[in-house]
Design a protein around this ligand. Structure first.
Ligand SMILES: Cc1ncc(COP(=O)(O)O)c(C=O)c1O
Length: 489
């Protein structure tokens, strides 16, 4: 049979080698040509069903024919997050090191829910998260040698959910299960929507989720005064303040909540304090950005997505917690078939008790590879380069009187908009919506938007590993050209 391909065995080291090489070549070529694709996929909904057969093949097909379909049918429906012209949402980095770690993890393919199921998986995760905690200068209570420690979750949303469950159960153990309806969760109107989702899952009543209003005067950061007011009001009404989620680098504008002041308030009321640094946490490995984490010592839990801006392929969300027993009490179940000597002796960490699913991948390999193959200095330069490129873009916007910077840039996100003279807000919003559609449908770049104080805002985030100055300048030219058409019309 052709290349032995049609005799593909369930596992065979030589076949793996041969096909693995072909796949790596395919992926390497993808990266080589990535700038030739429209960044935002231009297909219509349902396009793929028209191109693929109605049922799975009865007889095996060749890898070549599958890759041919990937090239002609799948890639047109891919939005290229790794394109150097990708400036939307927040980045979701891949890298050579991250890819190699992902490959190794997929290759070993163990399921490390308990220490015994692969001691190296648990122990490497503890070590690597201690390394990263030290790089971020997190308080030592987050290190695995004490009652705390770190664990890799799939996403920031999962991290938030598990710590909310830990906080909820800790309080309910003290005040009784019937108090669930009186628990209150706090964030700001800039907090990521994963907080509301976590509350929904955790059974926190929607009317007890306080998304406190932020404003332009303090750059959309959560104000300690408004938190104190809300808590005092809730306590006076017989409610129980449970949980605060503060953010370093909010999704809309990368606002930074004042951790120290907020943390002091949570301590006063015995509230669990979670810090979401999903995107901006990465920047805090640079000494000049670390001050944004000042006050993190007040936090009970801290989260950063290494899969966003830290060269680690999706998914890898690092969560640290000061009191792991709270998490374990909320999430541990030990049926007979999972019992083992090491777990029972209490000498090991079983990460199944720190997360929602039982099964878990060897994700620490990716992060370990990234830290070892790049080293801290290169990682810091990587972040600084993106921030400098964002600054470059911001300068270009600021020099063009047709545009306006809408929020102060803190990291690598620039919030801006076109501002036609003498026009009302409604019209300005409409023009910016159309401008966004125009640049995205050109396929040349991809950006996303938000709304701040009623203004429709364009978000330009630098963070893809292949982005260079020429891409940023090219993107800016595109905005300028589009602006000319919009303003003339
Ligand atoms: C600040 C912040 N928190 C949480 C999230 C949710 O991330 P995830 O997709 O890992 O759940 C995001 C996503 O962009 C975010 O920007």
């Amino acid at each position: 049979m052709e290349n032995g391909l049609l005799n593909l065995k369930a596992m065979d080291s030589e076949q793996l080698r041969e096909h693995g090489h072909k796949m790596v070549d395919f992926i390497a070529d993808y990266y080589k040509n990535i700038e030739n694709f429209p960044v935002l996929s231009q297909v219509e909904p349902g396009y793929l069903r028209k191109l693929l057969p109605d049922s799975a093949p009865v007889q095996p097909e060749s890898l070549e024919s599958v890759l041919e379909d990937v090239q002609t049918k799948i890639l047109p429906g891919v939005t290229h997050w790794q394109s150097p012209d990708y400036f939307a949402y927040f980045p979701s980095n891949s890298s050579v090191a991250g890819f190699l770690g992902e490959m190794l993890s997929g290759g070993i393919n163990m399921v490390g829910f308990s220490w015994i199921t692969s001691p190296a998986a648990t122990e490497l995760e503890m070590i690597v998260l201690d390394w990263l905690a030290n790089l971020l200068k997190l308080p030592s209570d987050f290190l695995s040698k004490g009652p705390g420690g770190g664990a890799i979750q799939g996403t920031a949303s999962e991290a938030l959910l598990v710590v909310l469950l830990a906080a909820r159960d800790k309080v309910l153990r003290e005040v009784g299960k019937d108090a669930l309806g009186r628990l209150v969760v706090y964030g700001s109107d800039q907090t990521h929507s994963s907080l509301l989702k976590a509350c929904q899952i955790a059974g926190i009543h929607p009317e007890n989720c306080r998304l406190l209003r932020t404003d332009t005067y303090n750059e959309y950061a959560l104000s300690p005064e408004s938190l104190t007011d809300a808590i005092s009001h809730d306590v006076a009404s017989g409610l129980i303040p449970l949980f605060l989620c503060a953010t370093i680098g909010t999704t809309s504008s990368t606002a930074v909540d004042p951790l120290l002041a907020l943390g002091k308030i949570t301590k006063r009321y015995g509230i669990w304090f979670h810090v979401d640094a999903a995107y901006a946490g990465s920047a805090c490995i640079c000494p000049e950005y670390r001050h944004h984490l000042n006050g993190v010592e007040e936090a009970d839990s801290f989260n950063m997505n290494c899969h966003k801006w830290f060269l680690t392929n999706f998914d890898c969300s690092a969560l640290w917690i000061k009191d792991r027993s709270a998490l374990i009490q909320a999430l541990s179940t030990t049926p007979e078939f999972l019992k083992n000597k090491a777990s029972q002796e209490g000498t090991v960490v079983d990460y199944k008790d720190w997360q929602i699913p039982l099964g878990r991948r060897f994700r620490s390999l990716k992060l370990w590879m990234v830290l070892r193959l790049y080293g801290v200095e290169n990682l810091q330069s990587y972040i600084r380069n993106h921030i400098n490129l964002a600054k470059k873009f911001e300068d270009l916007v600021a020099q063009d009187p047709r545009f306006e910077i809408v929020a102060t840039r803190t990291f690598s996100l620039v919030c801006f908009r076109l501002l036609p003279a003498n026009k009302n807000e409604e019209y300005v919003n409409k023009v910016n919506r159309e401008l966004l559609d125009a640049v995205n449908s050109s396929g040349k770049i991809f950006i996303s938007h938000t709304v701040l104080s009623g203004k429709y805002v364009l978000r330009f985030v630098v963070g893809a590993p292949l982005t260079e100055e020429r891409h940023v300048i090219g993107a800016w030219k595109l905005f300028q050209e589009a602006a000319s058409t919009f303003i003339e019309n």
